[in-house]
Design a protein around this ligand. Structure first.
Ligand code: FMN
Length: 207
């Protein structure tokens, strides 16, 4: 199938994840185009669109959200998956509400009538030396307020990107391809756990 990956990045980790995503889709025989959100790419004529961005200040980077806003109508007509890159992976409960972790993706889910059929969050990187002066200052202050220290670290793992690609293709096959305007009803009765049980039985029978 034809896949469009639209992404944005500030320090390159998301770009690294996108490069690997592209390669893995291509290995599976798909035709992939990669565009920056800032180029305002059209999504017409694709079977799947993957949205990818780092999390900054508690949400997907605004350049991706700005593109989503511009192309929202078009995006209702094509199945979507997302890959977000962040440091606060586990998330937490803050003032009784979910905060961080997968909750960072809420704006990407709420932006559409037909939401993405799949998406996940993978680990990012902080290289203190490479941060702009302003970002370094902001981050230092934020951590200092919490009594913590800003340190370089990497939570990026290729395995997480591989799992994202594998699952995106599997879920696309199972139900994701119907996640477009006028068709999503077809996926309404899909039962994930029943499907898993069915696959388990098939695997057991084969072994
Ligand atoms: C100014 C700034 C704000 C950030 N805010 C968050 C945040 O709210 N939550 C989080 O989990 N990570 C946050 N991060 C970490 C980034 O998501 C992480 O460094 C990511 O790898 C950056 O991706 P990029 O290299 O593609 O720009 C922040 C990083 C910076 C520099």
């Amino acid at each position: 199938m034809r896949i469009l990956i639209v992404y944005t990045t500030r320090y390159g980790t998301t770009e690294k994840a996108v490069r690997l995503t592209r390669k893995l889709f291509e290995i599976e025989g798909h035709v992939v185009e990669v565009k920056r959100a800032e180029e305002n790419p059209s999504t017409e004529d694709y079977d799947l669109v993957v949205l990818s961005a780092p999390v900054y200040r508690d949400g997907p980077y605004w350049e991706l959200m700005e593109w989503v806003e511009k192309r929202r109508e078009e995006l209702e007509n094509v199945p979507k998956a997302f890959l977000l890159v962040a440091m606060h992976l586990a998330g937490s409960v803050f003032m009784g509400k979910l905060h961080g972790g997968i909750a960072y993706s809420q704006p990407l889910i709420e932006a559409f009538d037909v939401p993405p059929f799949h998406g996940t969050l993978i680990g990012g990187e902080i290289d203190v030396e490479r941060l702009s002066d302003e970002d370094r200052r902001k981050m230092r202050r934020f951590y200092a307020v919490l009594g913590e220290k800003l340190e370089s670290k990497s939570l990026y793992r290729e395995e997480d990107v591989k799992a994202f690609v594998r699952r995106t293709l599997l879920y696309y096959d199972w139900f994701g391809r119907h996640f477009r305007r006028g068709e999503v009803e077809k996926a309404r009765d899909f039962d994930f756990m029943e499907k898993i049980r069915e696959m388990e039985e098939r695997l057991n029978a084969e072994s």
